[in-house]
Design a protein around this ligand. Structure first.
Ligand code: SF4
Length: 343
């Protein structure tokens, strides 16, 4: 472990950085593109890079390591192919990732931080606070490792696991550039979704930097007061300010905003609440994703009952708002985000 920690995770390197590395070893630059290609294939050892000269592989091995995470716990649904992994990085930091199968293809939900400091009152990931940010290579590593484990292509990435991506913006941005790079994984920008709890200034910046990447916003409430009770971030950025930033994002990028809405029994699941929510979202490009709350140990909230969820959905639909209820994937292994790690 000690020795590994003195080395650098080569998964953080883009082709330009790799070019500098191979040049410093007295090698030709095209080797950088080859190495980047191998890394994006998910090789676990420099020895697997079969067209790289042995001497260069040995040099790389001396100074770098391939920072794919280790699998600590793996759960697999017997019914729908969902897999949930607790991953561990070289320093012992642990995060979760979930692989899901949809009609449009396979998707992975990755984490962006170890823990989270946002303090949302219904969430398990924040219970021990923020441990550290993940690097771009560690975000990429979750996808590569999951593809190695499942043996299946992963064509959609959602940054919605543990952590607040906009609280780690520079690494998130570098991750998006890495995974999108056509010399490597080559994932289309439109196949990436980033979910924020509502850090308003970053929404504007994200719209400018990555207008083709999908934006999801955890809303969970229909007014300022209720949102403040559920999410401390709402004390820093008011409800109207958030809605107006999302609206401006939709106008500037021409893309709809998805609002994530966890349905909590007796808290935010009434018809009156649905009408209030509709009044904010009517008339512009939005989509509401209703999520039956996952019960978190140590938290008092319960999931809304199905009849309330359906009534809530109908009320939004009647107001002309696109709405879906999140399909419950991996019901037999289900646990709220952060629960594997907290256990
Ligand atoms: S819901 Fe997201 S932003 Fe809020 S505490 Fe959990 S991980 Fe952090």
């Amino acid at each position: 472990m000690e020795r590994i920690m003195q080395k650098t995770n080569i998964l953080n390197a883009n082709p330009d950085i790799l070019a500098g590395i191979v040049r410093s070893f007295g090698q030709k630059e095209f080797r950088a593109r080859q190495i980047f290609g191998w890394l994006s294939k998910g090789v676990e050892s420099f020895d697997d890079m079969s067209n790289i000269p042995a001497a260069l592989r040995a040099k790389l091995e001396e100074e770098y390591y391939i920072g794919l995470p280790k699998v600590i716990v793996e759960q697999q649904s017997k019914t729908d192919g969902t897999r949930k992994c607790l991953f561990e990085f070289a320093d012992g930091a642990r995060v979760e990732s979930v692989f899901m199968k949809y009609s449009y293809g396979n998707s992975i939900c990755i984490s962006s931080q170890v823990g989270c400091r946002m303090g949302c009152s219904f969430c398990a990931s924040t219970m021990s606070g923020l441990e550290r940010n993940l690097t771009a290579g560690e975000m990429l590593g979750q996808i590569l490792k999951m593809r190695n484990i499942t043996g299946e292509d992963i064509g959609h990435v959602v940054v919605m696991g543990m952590g607040e991506p906009f609280d780690n913006y520079d690494n998130l941005a570098e991750f998006i550039r890495l995974v999108n790079n056509p010399l490597g994984y080559g994932l289309g920008m439109r196949n990436i979704t980033v979910s924020t709890c509502g850090i308003v200034p970053m929404i504007e910046r994200f719209g400018r930097d990555f207008p083709q990447v999908n934006l999801a916003v955890s809303l969970h409430a229909s007014n300022e007061e209720r949102r403040k009770q559920l999410m401390p971030v709402a004390r820093a950025y008011g409800y109207d300010e958030l809605i107006s930033a999302c609206r401006s994002y939709a106008e500037k990028t021409g893309r709809r905003v998805t609002f994530e809405y966890s349905m909590i029994d007796g808290v935010n699941d009434s018809v009156q609440t649905a009408n209030e929510l509709a009044s904010h979202l009517k008339g512009w490009q939005t989509h509401v994703n209703l999520i039956p709350l996952n019960k978190v140990e140590g938290r008092s909230y319960n999931a809304a009952v199905n009849s309330n969820i359906m009534q809530f959905k109908k009320t939004l639909e009647n107001a002309g708002i696109a709405v879906t209820v999140r399909r419950t994937l991996g019901a037999d292994i289900d646990a709220a985000c952060g629960q594997l790690r907290n256990r």
